[in-house]
Design a protein around this ligand. Structure first.
Ligand code: X2X
Length: 340
């Protein structure tokens, strides 16, 4: 429904009174949602499901339009959060790692091996001690958090050689997202990281300007990264960001309580579906990537241990940089899953 119709509707109803008319004025014809990737990827699909559910359940009162390729910020995903604060983006469906330059304390999920498997991640996401704090931080940063999906465990791919142990990373030019922490992880293993948006990463891989990248294999498959000369994959599961569904505070506050409830429910349903898609692909990804002729190395537990040791110093430093108290709570939750 258009803004004008809403106003007329409220005025015609008469009994609604002045405050209701004011409230109606808050609704926009379109709410802009940024996603880095389009619906052909699980992440973009999550955004699409969310927008569709909201449109259906509000009878079109709330019309969320998806802008994939981070196009609202000219492809520079690191600017999403500040653009949301400026009113350019209304709806976030994104990975906090991309916002680490704006709101570093939201980057707790991406520390290397903080949630080494789905059991650990699920325990963290189900922990009110962790998630209540996290959602409070999101609110203070400028958005109402609604639900949490999963972007997926990130794996290294490269064009040079099989990467079995940390030393194999020496001299590898690797593209990472604009997160200084990922840069340090790569540096600590002797690789040469370059920060680059997703839009720039694919041409850089194709031209050989960089040798390597790290992304969930779901992304590797959807973007056909094997066609960009990436012949070797290491499934080390070092980092798995959430997919945060959130609404810019001023937009959220302009919606009726009933619509807020509908939108939150839609985000929760979309997140559940999105996680199911990511996990189904995670279970099949080794086979599917191998079928493309790519060499996939799945580390043994002993090898994984070596990777975790290699990341320890960076972990310790970034725990303090990001949010030591919240990360401490996450560690306790994960520790319990190990004993269980
Ligand atoms: O740019 C990437 O690597 C991506 C799509 O995974 C993120 O936005 C974090």
């Amino acid at each position: 429904m258009k803004r004008r119709e809403l106003l007329l509707g409220a005025a015609a109803a008469g009994t609604l009174g002045f405050p209701a008319v004011l409230k109606a004025q808050q609704y926009k014809a379109e709410y802009k949602m940024s996603t880095v990737v389009p619906p052909a990827f699980a992440w973009g699909k999550g955004g699409e499901i969310f927008a569709n559910l909201v449109r259906e359940r509000t009878s079109g009162r709330i019309n969320i339009k998806q802008y994939p390729g981070s196009s609202l910020v000219q492809g520079d995903q690191t600017r999403e959060f500040s653009a949301m604060r400026q009113g350019i983006i209304d709806v976030l469906c994104g990975a906090p790692i991309n916002w680490s330059g704006t709101v570093r304390q939201l980057g707790v999920f991406t520390l290397p091996f903080i949630t080494p498997d789905h059991k650990a991640l699920d325990a963290v996401l189900a922990s009110p001690a962790v998630m209540d704090d996290y959602f409070d931080l999101v609110r203070k940063a400028g958005a109402e958090p609604l639900a949490v999906g999963e972007t997926g465990f990130r794996q290294i791919s490269n064009s040079k050689r099989p990467i079995i142990k940390p030393e194999d990373m020496k001299g590898i030019k690797i593209r990472v997202v604009g997160s200084p922490m990922y840069g340090e992880i790569m540096n600590s293993m002797g690789a040469n990281p370059t920060f680059m948006s997703w839009a720039d990463a694919q041409p850089a891989l194709a031209s050989g300007a960089v040798d390597a990248q790290e992304n969930p294999l779901e992304v590797f498959l959807a973007a056909k990264i094997h066609t960009l000369g990436q012949k070797y994959v290491t499934k080390w599961n070092y980092s798995n960001d959430i997919l945060l569904f959130a609404i810019a505070n001023p937009i959220w506050q302009g919606w009726s309580a009933q619509d807020q409830k509908i939108v939150r429910g839609a985000a929760q349903d979309a997140a559940r579906q999105q996680i199911a898609i990511v996990r189904k692909l995670f279970a099949e990804d080794v086979e599917r990537v191998r079928a493309l002729g790519v060499d996939v190395h799945v580390p043994t537990p002993a090898e994984l241990n070596t990777w975790q040791i290699a990341c320890r110093r960076v972990y310790a430093r970034w725990k303090v940089e990001v949010n030591a108290s919240l990360i401490g709570k996450m560690e306790q939750v994960v520790e319990k899953t190990r004993k269980a």
